[in-house]
Write a protein that binds this ligand. Sequence first.
Ligand code: XIL
Length: 322
Amino acid sequence: FDSSKYLKQILPFPVGASVNPRLLGENTSYRGVVESEFSSLTAENHMKMALIHPESDRFDFTKGDEIVAFAKKNKSRVHGHTLVWHNQTAQWMKDFQGDQQAWENLLKNHIQTIVKHYQGQIAGWDVVNEAFLDDGSLRPSIWADHIPDYLAKCFVWAHEADPQVLLFYNDYGQDGKPKKMEAILNMVQDFKKRQIPIDGLGLQMHISIQSKKEEIKQIIEQSTATGLRIHFSEVDIAVNPKNNPDFVLDDTILQTQSDKFQWLFSSFGAIPRKQQYGITFWNVGDKDSWLRGYFKRPKEYPLLFDENYQRKSAYQELYQRL
Ligand code: XIL
């Protein structure tokens, strides 16, 4: 294991992490790992609707701009996450009253203002995030409820604002949920038929050591068969998915997790080169993971770096096998 080299130097595709600008600013270890290991950055939260567009007539690009500036200094790519989602919408959006035209104006303005702001600085956008339920139906949301055919419209609006930027549909948990996967594939087919622009599919890959490889393999193959670019967009591998309070991390579990990381990377490597958009981890060290913060699962260790930003055994083994 040659510890003087970094992931981004040995991988033939972009490898990234979602980042928290507060940690980038105040934690030098966190910042150091981000600078040296990763070639692509995503804002974990700060480009989401509520944060970037807190009032109807006010956008707040401060934190997003910080991440973009940091990435530029570090010669990293930036992936935009996410223009439209049912979660983390602003209160004023939830309270909004208006007819279909008014809703369309709101969403079009939201998308186009952001896309134009970051034109030339962001490689690709998650245009819509998590629009389908497990049964393949369209997820109810303020957008779906007020704007017929909103998925297609969002992609068209984004493309109008910046014809160069890559447009992704991003979702989670397609493995073992054939109806959900089918809905996504149908959307892609429909878009192609109607010439609605779409460039890629984001597979979030919030998986666990128990996730079934055959099921994941299948959704990778199905997604790849569309010919679109593929992004493993939010990778983490939970070791204690049931949040067992008595969980103890041991070498066997670490080894299982390590094997899964290696398998995931080699599965990505098997995708045709020109379809490989990259792999993004959902934050950096175990303690930064949303599984700890958002889901309050203190005994979870889903990433490649430990609490002190040291490379875990999974990192070292992955590295050796790359
Ligand atoms: C999560 C963030 O990690 C948390 O900090 C936040 O509180 C909630 O959102 N799918 C996504 C991401 O597309 O935006 C989510 O991020 C995790 C699930």
